[in-house]
Design a binder for this molecule. Structure first.
Ligand SMILES: [Zn+2]
Length: 299
């Protein structure tokens, strides 16, 4: 399997979930081995922010990158879409410190990228193959990776709310088809009871029923309901797929999470990459263990 980028550039605009600001986003094709790089074009001069799992901060509500004081917040949903579609090289220009939330899922990013097209490049794609079990925990939360041929996610949540009655645990296998059908459509969610606290702390200022599922004490406020019965669990998986792509390279392994979130997902990725014996870089001339949507051939 070769590296991939976009066939052409594309632009989107939307609101920042926490900042409430209107944000313009442009995704531009990039050369082999460029990687996924963000660029803050609202700064003069513009500043590039390379992906770096060791520069992630403040992962309570979202996954944010801090590059010498220049920040990109809420990167996880775009990163998740890029993981699901198998994109290696991209310049992501954004005119704000926070990415636009769009509809709260990765659907808009996926649809825009598929409409624009994916181009195959001339260098082999490099995967991070897990060689040894790695795990991290915090209080009653756990996250671990063990060797596996492919990338699977076994996610368990434990929310005491009737909407989660039928969605406590699922196993997902990453492929583009599964990503689109089972993961990418799933919107972020929050609890109505937390909204005052969030707004007082300058979080979720752009949040609305247009970009999040909001849970009341015993139901949901969104009149349209859930897109799928297990949408909320699937969003936790969407987040994990994005958080674990913060190195810009797909992991090959089996990921198990119990009540994990952005912080623990990031600590797991750091733990994996901190010890060279934990993993190896691999490429595939054929039989890639993850099935991605086909790309246009290199020109
Ligand atoms: Zn999310």
């Amino acid at each position: 399997m070769m590296q991939r980028t976009l066939a052409a550039s594309l632009s989107l605009s939307g609101v920042g979930l926490h900042s409430g600001e209107q944000v313009e986003l442009t995704l531009l094709p990039a050369a082999e081995d460029h990687g996924i790089v963000f660029e803050r074009v609202d700064l003069d001069p513009p500043v590039k922010v390379p992906l770096d799992p060791f520069r992630v901060f403040d992962t309570l509500m979202s996954t944010n990158i801090d590059f010498d004081g220049v920040r990109i917040a809420t990167a996880e949903h775009l990163m998740s879409a890029l993981a699901g579609l198998g994109i290696d090289n991209l310049l992501v220009q954004v005119n704000s410190s926070e990415m636009p939330i769009m509809d709260g899922s990765a659907q808009v990013f996926v649809d825009a990228i598929l409409a624009t097209g994916i181009r195959e490049q001339r260098q082999a794609r490099k995967f991070i193959k897990v060689l040894k079990p790695v795990s991290v925990s915090h209080e009653d939360k756990q996250a671990s990776l063990v060797p596996h041929d492919g990338f699977t996610v076994d996610f368990k949540i434990d929310f005491d709310h009737p909407v989660f009655a039928d969605q406590q645990q699922r196993v997902y296998e990453l492929s583009t088809e599964n990503y689109i059908n089972q993961i990418g459509y799933a919107r972020t969610f929050g609890f109505e009871k937390d909204l005052d606290y969030l707004k007082q702390n300058n979080l979720a200022r752009g949040g609305s029923l247009q970009n999040a599922v909001v849970l009341s004490t015993d139901g949901i406020l969104n009149p349209e309901g859930l897109r799928q019965p297990d949408e909320l669990l699937s969003h936790k998986v969407l987040d994990a797929v994005g958080d674990l792509y913060l190195s810009g390279h797909q992991i090959l392994g089996h990921f198990t999470a119990v009540k994990s979130g952005h912080m623990l997902n990031n600590r797991l990725l750091q733990a994996l990459l901190s010890e060279p014996d934990n993993f190896e870089w691999v490429s595939f001339s054929q039989d890639c263990p993850i099935e991605y949507i086909e790309a246009k051939a290199a020109q």
